[in-house]
Design a protein around this ligand. Structure first.
Ligand code: PLP
Length: 421
């Protein structure tokens, strides 16, 4: 570069070196928007699909491609595309299902709130109708599917925060019968517990922000497809709507994915131990954990989850089923975080009524079982004894405060009564 002026050397010196002879042990972050070739014809051949390669990062990036390849491998899919968030992935999966005016989406009524909101706010104005149904009632689901003839059926393997298990095989059979595509959000179960494509789903979607990344440091999403023929539609949704994953985030999530198995093993065993310990506490009226399910839900679990683990999330209902009691408990936590997310390697606890299901009316929340005293615990990899101790002390602190509070109220009531007399 010695022949060029200093200004030019500032711009070009050191760039575009030959790739090193050795293959990097870990996929580098390809922080580049475009790729340069010796001949323009080379670009033509790549764009025409004659040879593989990268031209522009919205159309493909090596770091992102590594994450996509990994996801297709762990979900047993034909291919995967990565997105800038879980919501972008869900949007693309719906777009790639070729919905048009008059199409019906049959959605689980327990879906993540933003997914339903996406269907109502973004797709409805284009004439796509959304009908909700209880996907755990297979007879009702089949009857509804035969009635409304959906183009798409959409469910979650494990619902939030009540952890209902969807019998994917049964849902897939219904989807096939009515000619619908089945999209399964596998965010809460992860491929460690369940692989919906093996059970008949067409698309699996994830918020990679959660368990896949696992370290609360990246936002992303992914769609994994069962069949090759869905590739052009999904690629179109990715490159034209443009919600691509950045190579920086892809690198973080790919690194997270490497320890998903180890993290899930520990998080599931911690969750099971925690659920057992909490089940005996007087301050809790109900511990919701798939291990305790009976009847249809136990059968769905057997058919849907491989292995003998029950997931990393435990929900509890406080005996004092009020918002005040829930807030007292949450504010008294000293180790577990009051995190809005789920699936991180640290324990995160949320109050669904004012967080994930805030937008629903109190009546709607009560109808679906999300009461004010319901708490969702995403169990981390810490020592489980520390998690239990923190939760127990927060429950006791909330209870002590509540006792003190009712004594004060009582004294004031007595005073008021005395004054009144
Ligand atoms: N799917 C589920 C089950 C979720 O819980 C979430 C977010 O909480 C999403 C999708 C959306 O993911 P993101 O926040 O990465 O867009």
């Amino acid at each position: 570069m010695g022949d060029f002026s200093l200004a030019t050397r500032f711009v070009h010196a050191g760039e575009r070196r030959d790739a090193p002879a050795g293959v990097p042990a870990s996929t580098p972050i390809y922080a580049t928007s475009s790729f340069i070739y010796e001949q323009v014809e080379d670009i033509d051949r790549i764009v025409d699909g004659e040879t593989s390669g990268f031209v522009y990062s919205r159309y493909g990036n090596p770091t992102v491609a590594a994450f996509e390849e990994a996801m297709a491998a762990v979900e047993n899919g034909k291919f995967a595309y990565a997105f800038g968030s879980g919501m972008a992935a869900i949007h693309a999966a719906l777009l790639a299902s070729e919905l048009s005016s008059g199409s019906v989406v049959l959605a689980s009524r327990d879906l993540y709130g933003s997914t339903l909101e996406l269907l109502y706010s973004v797709f409805r104005p284009f004439g796509v109708k959304t009908v909700t149904e209880d996907f755990n009632d297979i007879a009702a689901l089949r009857a509804r599917a035969l009635e409304v003839k959906p183009a798409v059926m959409f469910c979650e393997t494990l619902s939030n925060p009540l952890l209902k298990v969807c019998d994917i095989e049964e849902c897939a059979a219904i989807a096939r019968e009515v000619g619908a595509k089945l999209i399964v959000d596998n965010t809460f179960a992860t491929p460690y517990l369940c692989r919906p494509l093996d059970l008949g789903a067409d698309f699996v979607v994830h918020s990679a922000t959660k368990f896949l990344g696992g370290h609360a440091d990246a936002t992303g999403g992914v769609v994994v497809a069962k069949e090759e023929f869905d590739k052009p539609a999904l690629l179109g949704a990715l490159t034209l709507a443009g919600g691509v994953l950045s190579p920086w985030e892809a690198h973080s999530i790919l690194r997270g994915l490497k320890t998903l198995g180890l993290r899930m093993e520990k998080q599931c065993s911690n969750a099971e131990l925690l659920a057992n310990r909490l089940d005996k506490l007087p301050q809790i009226s109900e511990v919701i954990y798939p291990k305790f399910f009976e009847g249809d839900q136990a059968n769905a679990l057997d058919r849907t989850f491989h292995g003998s683990e029950y997931g990393a999330i435990v929900s509890i209902r406080l005996a004092d089923d009020t918002r005040e009691a829930a807030y007292r408990f949450l504010n008294a936590l000293q180790l577990c975080t009051r995190a809005a997310s789920v699936g991180d390697l640290f324990t995160g606890i949320v109050h669904p009524a004012t967080a994930t299901h805030r937008e629903l009316s109190p009546a709607k929340r009560a109808e679906i079982g999300i009461t004010e005293g319901l708490i969702r615990i995403s169990v981390g990899i810490e020592d489980v004894n520390d998690i239990v101790a923190d939760i127990e002390q927060a429950l006791r602190a909330g209870e002590a405060f509540s006792r003190g509070f009712s004594q004060i109220t009582l004294i004031e009531e007595t005073k008021a009564a005395t004054v009144g007399a």
